[in-house]
Design a protein around this ligand. Structure first.
Ligand code: IFM
Length: 447
């Protein structure tokens, strides 16, 4: 039987354990109660963009099944639930607030509070309304102000009931996967597009922070960033690693801490940098109560022989490490190293692991999923968090990605990250061995 007690031995008794999901990945009901298209609805309809032509329907049908899903979180014993709000549900047209859309989230948050689960709310988990994309999306600086307006409306509706607000989830993915490499919605490409989207996303974050504080003065306000820290293939590759980290993880954190993008890469990308106004530095540096960290894997980095590239990364299947079903190397030490590195480099506000988890080739057999690899993944990563705490990193909580199997973006429903198995034909939920492992641990901890 899988057990978490050794892995969690170094975590304090008030350490928060939660599960996380995101609106487009679980809700379904993409056109109910006034919701309009998001960029992901459009992207799913574009042939060849999402595996098997999968769409946001019906996902986990959470829009209708949320009471039973919240019961499940309570039964598993988690302290907190991190969900996201669909912008297109709340603001289906320019400047219009949709009361029915907003009310869904009011019911959800009240449902969590009633069950004694702390709500953590992400305002942007990649699903920009299509009407805003039609005006340029994140390439348009004005989108940042629309976002702040939307954040304020949600802030006022949910207020202090929310324990923690994450303005954005993984702006790296929105900007680079969505606007630079074209593998996520809206499918645009180009370095200058990626950097412009990044800047406008971070502006949106900075503009929304004071509005959330005013609407919900007792809540914590922060942001969730993802990191895939670089490691050198040989000691000669350390310089390439510096550039890799600066262009990826630090690109999104450094401006929030210092007002400026990492200079080592800003210089190399000078020709493609967006217009940055003098007032932007102060907006970006809006004080934060916490920093959300999403970690899944590391990158092995080396110098490139191609003069057009800043560095090369080694394909995960050539690292020699164990891979998950989505092809990512399992590397728990990376989480410990990352937390210690961020602590010493930036002295950030308290950190929460807002996502960590594994996609596994799960098999449902006799009503059970024995997800040994996922159990091991969680044990080793929680142990890594404990080591980081011991080394001086200020980490206060940990959210598993994800509560249940769901729509994995360009991979459609083919990859399963859940603690709970979802049968998409019947919508039956089956807690996997990993869910039971957490439930056993949390039950004895809460005794
Ligand atoms: O499913 C995603 C989530 O939406 C954002 N972080 C990474 C997860 C796994 O790819």
């Amino acid at each position: 039987m899988y057990d978490l007690s050794a892995a969690t031995a170094k975590l304090p008794s008030d350490f928060i354990f939660g599960v996380a999901t995101a609106a487009f990945q679980i809700e379904g009901a993409t056109h109910e109660d006034g919701r309009t298209d998001s960029i992901w609805d459009t992207f799913c309809r574009t042939p060849g963009k999402v595996k098997n032509g999968d769409t946001g329907e019906p996902a986990c049908d959470h829009y209708h099944r949320w009471p039973q899903d919240l019961d499940l979180i309570r039964e598993l014993g988690f302290d907190a639930y991190r969900l996201s709000v669909s912008w297109a549900r709340v603001m289906p047209e320019p400047g219009v607030i949709n009361a029915k859309g907003l009310d869904f989230y009011v019911r959800l948050i009240d449902g969590l509070c009633k069950r004694g689960i702390a709500p953590w709310v992400t305002l942007y988990h990649w699903d920009m309304p299509q009407w805003l994309e039609d005006r340029g999306g994140w390439l348009n600086r004005e989108s940042a102000w629309y976002f702040a307006q939307y954040a304020e409306a949600v802030g006022k509706a949910l207020g202090n009931k929310v324990a923690g607000w994450c303005t954005l989830n993984e702006p790296f993915c929105s900007a680079y996967l969505g606007y630079r490499w074209g593998i996520h919605a809206p499918g645009r490409t180009g370095l200058a597009n990626g950097l412009a989207a990044a800047h406008h996303l971070l502006l949106a974050h900075g503009l929304s922070v004071p509005r959330l504080r005013e609407a919900a003065p007792d809540s914590k306000v922060g942001i969730t960033l993802n990191f895939t820290p670089g490691y050198p293939v040989t000691p000669m590759d350390q310089g390439a690693v510096e550039v890799y980290n600066a262009e990826n993880g630090y690109w999104f954190l450094e401006p929030l801490m210092t007002g400026h993008y990492p200079s080592i890469v800003a210089k190399l990308h000078a020709h493609a940098m967006p217009r940055i106004l003098a007032e932007d530095a102060a907006i970006l540096q809006a004080p934060l109560d916490f920093l959300g960290i999403n970690y899944y894997s590391r990158a092995l980095v080396k110098q490139s022989q191609d003069p057009d590239k800043l560095y090369d990364t080694v394909p995960a299947e050539e690292t020699g490490g164990e891979l998950t079903d989505i092809g990512w190397e399992i590397y728990p030490t990376g989480l410990r190293d990352l937390l210690l590195d961020l602590q010493s480099r930036y002295n950030p506000p308290p950190m929460y692991i807002t996502e960590n988890g594994a996609a596994c080739a799960d098999v449902l057999e006799n009503g059970e999923v024995q997800d040994e690899q996922r159990c091991r993944y969680y044990r080793h990563h929680l142990a890594a968090v404990g080591e980081a705490l011991e080394g001086g990193a200020d980490v206060r909580g940990y959210f598993c990605w994800s509560l249940m199997d769901n729509f994995e973006w360009a991979e459609g429903y083919s990859k399963r990250f859940g603690l709970v198995h979802v049968d998409y034909d019947t919508q039956l939920r089956t807690p996997k061995a990993s869910a039971q492992m957490f439930a056993r641990y949390l039950k004895q901890r809460n005794r």
